[in-house]
Design a protein around this ligand. Structure first.
Ligand code: FRU
Length: 487
C-alpha cells in the first residue's frame, strides 16, 4: 500500500470520531470527514451495495481527489470502509477522478479517471485525463500495470485530452463497455463509448450523443442503461441556459432518452428530461440491484452554490437512493422501498380543511417521511412551512391556478445571500396534488405526483426548528401521513 493511501486511511480513522453524531443526517449518507463530491462505483458486490465517492479527507474544501468507500445492505444503513484509492501514481497524481465499479466474478473492478500533470515545451503545466483500472476484493484495490488503459489516443478527432473523464462500466455478452465524458471539437460535451474483451486493451466504439452546444458545455458523469424498452443516457452538463422553469442550475443532470442499436452502437435521442429541479443535485449515478431495479444516487450539493457550515468537519450528503421507472414516456423517481422498514410512529389525518395557519398534533420533526394529498378547487395558494420555529422556516407553496410549485428557503437560516427559490410546473390532476417529502435534518427531497418531478435542496436550519405549519387561502382539503425515520 502506498504511503499516501496509508496516510489517508489513518487520518480518516482518527478524525471521523471527532464529528458530532447529532449533526449527521439520519438516513442519508454523509462523508466521514473532509470533502465529498460525486458518487462513484455505485454497484453490487457480493450481495451488498457499494458506494465510492470523490473524497478529500484533509479539508472541507475540494483537494487532490481520493476515492472514499462505504457499503450497505439496504441503502439506509451505511458502513464506512477504508479509503479505496489515493492519487499515488504518476498517471493519477493530480487526482483520482470519478468513475464506476463492476462485480466481475470474484473481483470488484474499478474504473476511474487519472489526472496527470504534463509539461509543455514552453514549460507550461497542463493536465491530461485518461481512464484507469484497479481491481480488488471489496476493501483493497490494486491499480493495473497497464494503466492508463483508455487514453486520448482513442478519441475521435478533435476530442479534448484535458476534458476526458468519468467512465461508467458495464459488461454485456462477455464484453466490457465504458462510456466516458469528453469535450468535442466544437467545445461542447459528448459521450464516447469504448469496448474491451480483457479490461486492458480498449477500442473506440462510437460517439453515443453530443451536445453540439445545445445541452450545455462540457458533459460530466455519463451513465447508460436500458429502462423498459428505452435506453437512457444520463449526463451532467456544465453551463446550461435556463428554459422557462427548466434547467435552472448552471450544472444540471439530464436524462437523454432514446433508442439504442447494439450492433452499430448507435444511440438516437428522442427526448430530454431534467432529472431534478431542486437547488442541490449533481453528478447522478445509477446501478442495477440484484433484484433488477435501476437505482440512482446523486451528490446533494451544487458547484454553482455550494452550501455547508464552515464549522463542520465534513461537507456533504448524497441523495436518498431512488428507483427509476419509465411511465408514459417520463422517467419517474421514488425513494427505494427499503426506507419503509425504518418508519416509526405513524401520525395521519384525513380530509382536514386548511385555511388559517394550522399545526396538526404530532406532525412535526426533521427526520420524516411524509405524504400529503391536497384537494380542492376553491383555494389559490396552499403553503407548507417546514423546519419552522419563531425565526426560521422553509416553504413549499402550491399555486393551484398557475399549476406551479415553489420551494423557498429564504428564511431557512442563511447569514448571507444564497440562491433560495425554485419553481416547477405541475401536471394538474383534477385539483389534486400529491407530495412525498423526505426531510432529514439538513435536506428536503420533494417527490411530486408519484415521482414525476423531484426537487432536492439543502437547508441548514438549526435542528431545534421542528415545526410544520399548513395554510391556504381558500379551503383546501388535506390528507397527511407522517412517519419519523429512525435508523
Ligand atoms: C463532477 C466532477 C467530475 C470529476 C470530479 C472531480 O462533479 O467535476 O467530472 O471527475 O467532479 O472531483
Amino acid at each position: 500500500m502506498s504511503e499516501l493511501l496509508k496516510k489517508a486511511r489513518e487520518y480518516e480513522k482518527e478524525m471521523k470520531e471527532r464529528v458530532r453524531t447529532a449533526e449527521r443526517p439520519v438516513f442519508h449518507f454523509s462523508n466521514p470527514i473532509g470533502w465529498m463530491n460525486d458518487p462513484n462505483g455505485f454497484s453490487e458486490y457480493q450481495g451488498e451495495h457499494h458506494l465510492f465517492y470523490q473524497y478529500y479527507p484533509y479539508d472541507i474544501h475540494w483537494g487532490p481527489m481520493h476515492w472514499g468507500h462505504a457499503k450497505s445492505k439496504d441503502f439506509v444503513r451505511w458502513e464506512y470502509l477504508e479509503v479505496a484509492l489515493a492519487p499515488d501514481e504518476k498517471y493519477d497524481g493530480q487526482g483520482v477522478f470519478s468513475g464506476s465499479a463492476l462485480e466481475d466474478g470474484e473481483k470488484q473492478v474499478l474504473i476511474y479517471t487519472g489526472v496527470e500533470e504534463k509539461t509543455a515545451e514552453n514549460g507550461e503545466k497542463y493536465a491530461v485525463q485518461n481512464q484507469c483500472i484497479a481491481v480488488g476484493n471489496g476493501t483493497d484495490y490494486e491499480k493495473s500495470v497497464c494503466n492508463p488503459v483508455i487514453t486520448g489516443d482513442l478519441l475521435p478527432e478533435g476530442g479534448s485530452r484535458t476534458d476526458f473523464r468519468d467512465p461508467k462500466i458495464w459488461k454485456e455478452d462477455g464484453r466490457y463497455f465504458t462510456v466516458a465524458a469528453n469535450r468535442s471539437a466544437d467545445g461542447s460535451g459528448q459521450a464516447v463509448l469504448f469496448y474491451s474483451d480483457d479490461l486492458e486493451k480498449w477500442s473506440f466504439g462510437s460517439v453515443l450523443d453530443q451536445s453540439e452546444n445545445q445541452v450545455g458545455e462540457m458533459w460530466e458523469c455519463p451513465d447508460f442503461f436500458a429502462l423498459n424498452d428505452a435506453h437512457v443516457l444520463v449526463v451532467s452538463p456544465i453551463g446550461m441556459y435556463a428554459e422557462g422553469l427548466e434547467f435552472h442550475n448552471g450544472n444540471n443532470v439530464v436524462f437523454l432518452i432514446g433508442k439504442y442499436e447494439k450492433e452499430t452502437m448507435h444511440f438516437t435521442r428522442t427526448g430530454i428530461q431534467n432529472m431534478d429541479y431542486g437547488l442541490d443535485f449533481y453528478a447522478a449515478q445509477t446501478m442495477q440491484t440484484n433484484d433488477g431495479r435501476r437505482v440512482m444516487i446523486a451528490w446533494m450539493q451544487s458547484w454553482d452554490n455550494p452550501m455547508y457550515p464552515e464549522d463542520f468537519l465534513w461537507s456533504a450528503m448524497m441523495t436518498f437512493p431512488r428507483e427509476l421507472k419509465l411511465r408514459e414516456g417520463r422517467i419517474c423517481q421514488m425513494p427505494v422501498r427499503e426506507l419503509e422498514n425504518y418508519r416509526k410512529s405513524e401520525v395521519s389525518y384525513k380530509d382536514v380543511c386548511i385555511e388559517k395557519p394550522v399545526e396538526l398534533e404530532g406532525i412535526r420533526g426533521r427526520a420524516v417521511d411524509m405524504t400529503l394529498t391536497v384537494r380542492g378547487s376553491e383555494y389559490r395558494k396552499f403553503r407548507m412551512r417546514a423546519a419552522s420555529d419563531e425565526k426560521f422556516y422553509t416553504e413549499i407553496i402550491y399555486d393551484r391556478e398557475d399549476g406551479v410549485l415553489t420551494f423557498d428557503r429564504t428564511h431557512s437560516g442563511h447569514r448571507k445571500d444564497t440562491i433560495s427559490t425554485r419553481s416547477i410546473t405541475v401536471d394538474q390532476k383534477k385539483d389534486l396534488l400529491k407530495l412525498r417529502i423526505l426531510m432529514d435534518l439538513y435536506s428536503i427531497e420533494i417527490f411530486v405526483n408519484d415521482g414525476e418531478k423531484v426537487m432536492t435542496s439543502l437547508i441548514y436550519t438549526p435542528a431545534q426548528a421542528q415545526g410544520i405549519v399548513f395554510e391556504s387561502n381558500g379551503k383546501a382539503y388535506l390528507d397527511v401521513v407522517k412517519y419519523d425515520i429512525e435508523v
